[in-house]
Ligand binder design. Structure first.
Ligand code: ATP
Ligand code: MG
Length: 215
């Protein structure tokens, strides 16, 4: 049954734009849904998002960064995601647990097995049935990131400031995660027109919603 979808990908890959377009579509189809994002979709999360995304890369140690992200996720799952799932809504999250594996694991070099255990603790086991990974070359994504759509985007440059090599490791990380879990993850390219990406996403979600309805 499709109840929880996450949209993942590097900085500027188009997640927030695509989630917005998806919302219009789900609305037109009469799907009861909740759109949410990490970090920052709870009152506590707003403060954590500021700490995580504003400022210089060296403003947080890697460990501090990880624990702030996990704190945001723990609160997000309990305060936002689980209640919406309980009301039978389709939950669509702009970033979730895979971002921790890609950024802190592949990007920062932290132990993936440990990160998986910490994710399990933070999520309490609530995991998406479908993850759409938006993928495009890092140079394209970074050029777009300067114009990205999140509120407060102008100040949220901490991860982009890590530079191209870091962003490449994150991209490769997402692709490896997708390859390792093909029943959950689908990679959709975002280097073309945004509606081409959106049409693919809609088709994938329709298929899964249809499967859910059928059995
Ligand atoms: N396929 C596309 N073609 C051209 N421009 C695009 C495309 N997709 C997104 N953009 C533009 O690129 C910018 C970044 O997109 P968006 O804010 O959705 O990225 P994001 O993945 O949410 O980034 P972040 O992870 O930093 O929040 C926006 O200005 C958006 O309109
Ligand atoms: Mg965004």
């Amino acid at each position: 049954m499709l109840r929880f979808v996450t949209i993942e990908g590097g900085d500027g890959s188009g997640k927030t734009r695509q989630v917005g377009l998806l919302d219009e579509y789900l609305n037109s189809r009469g799907v009861s849904r909740l759109l949410t994002r990490e970090p920052g979709d709870t009152p506590l999360g707003k403060d954590l998002r500021k700490l995580l995304l504003e400022g210089r890369p060296e403003s947080l140690s890697d460990e501090t960064e990880l624990f702030l992200i996990l704190a945001d996720r723990a609160q997000h799952v309990r305060e936002v995601v689980e209640p919406a799932l309980g009301q039978g809504k389709l939950v669509v999250s702009d970033r979730f647990a895979d971002s921790t594996l890609a950024y802190q694991g592949y990007g920062r070099g932290m132990d993936l097995a440990l990160l998986r255990r910490l994710n399990l603790m933070a999520t309490g086991g609530t995991m998406p049935e479908l993850t759409i990974i938006l993928d495009c070359p890092v140079e394209v994504a970074l050029a777009r990131a300067a114009k990205r759509l999140d509120p407060d985007a102008a100040r949220e440059y901490r991860f982009e400031s890590e530079g191209v090599a870091f962003q490449r490791r994150v991209r490769e990380g997402f692709l490896e995660l997708a390859e390792a879990d093909p029943s959950r993850c689908v990679v959709v390219p975002t280097d073309g027109p945004e509606m081409a990406t959106q049409e693919k996403m809609r088709r994938i979600i329709d298929e899964r919603l249809h499967e859910s309805a059928g059995g």
